[in-house]
Design a protein around this ligand. Structure first.
Ligand code: ZN
Ligand code: FE
Length: 253
């Protein structure tokens, strides 16, 4: 029986994810706030066992304490962020696993947006939770790390199997696509923009995406491609310089 992942929209554009096993035991990834997550738990009669955080920002940990108090759930996060993640109980580091019944989520260090940012990768389910590092058609802003850190973190995620479903922290996809289009016109991208507009009209999320889809259209994963460098007239630049330039353009978009 596979793990079910349910999207809980929070705040204006955050996603929290409820992962549910066949017996209604559950863990939530990045509970942005208490109320919508609590409502979801009550409506679906779940036993919330764990709270997983990708990083310490308030829009990812906002529901931690109230959910922990109400449900007795244990909070899982990066050991290196133990002083910044509210209520943390279980501290893990790169290469370790969070275990939930028969499911194992590998901790992958992906610093850049914040220094302590991690991803949770469940290989058996082909699922990765990427927080504010890899977005659909974009990547997170670099607040605490360096462009090089972010570039390497994205490369780690890019190397996951192509059929991996990507659950990221925000619904930024359309804005990201419009930014990419401002950099290079591309027919596939234009089609994607049209389908995203339709989704948004129906108020449906664009998540999950897949590693395969991101490798195809997300320019932030293409800075090593000669074709892409050609388009930007940056043939002489190295991959990191191309990535850094792109990230800089996005910061002021
Ligand atoms: Zn963040
Ligand atoms: Fe965020």
């Amino acid at each position: 029986m596979s793990l079910r992942v349910k999207i809980i929209p929070c705040r204006t554009d955050n996603f929290s994810y409820m992962c549910i096993d066949s017996e209604s035991n559950a863990f939530v990834v990045d509970p942005s706030e208490f109320v919508p997550v609590d409502e979801f738990i009550k409506t679906n009669n779940l036993n919330l066992k764990y709270i997983l955080n990708t990083h310490h920002h308030f829009d990812h940990v906002g529901g931690n304490i109230e959910l922990k108090e109400k449900y007795g759930a244990k909070i899982v996060g990066n050991k290196n962020d133990k002083d910044r993640i509210p209520g943390i109980d279980i501290c893990l580091t790169e290469g370790e696993f969070f275990e939930f019944n028969e499911y194992r989520a590998e901790i992958i260090d992906i610093p850049g947006h914040t220094i302590g940012h991690i991803a949770f990768y469940i290989q058996s389910e082909n699922i990765v939770f990427t927080g504010d590092t890899l977005f659909s058609l974009g990547c997170g802003r670099i607040f605490e790390g360096t462009p090089e850190m972010m570039y390497q973190s994205l490369n780690k995620l890019k190397n996951l199997p192509e059929n991996t479903r990507v659950y990221c922290g925000h619904e930024y996809t359309l804005n990201n696509a419009l930014f990419l289009e401002s950099v290079i016109k591309d027919r596939d991208l234009s089609e994607k923009i049209e389908s995203l507009k339709e989704l948004y009209e129906k108020k449906q999320p664009s998540i999950p995406t897949t590693i395969k889809a991101e490798k195809k259209l997300n320019f932030f994963l293409k800075s090593n491609e000669e074709n892409f460098k050609n388009h930007l007239k940056m043939n002489e630049a190295n991959d990191l310089e191309v990535f850094t330039y792109l990230r800089h353009l996005k910061d002021t978009f």
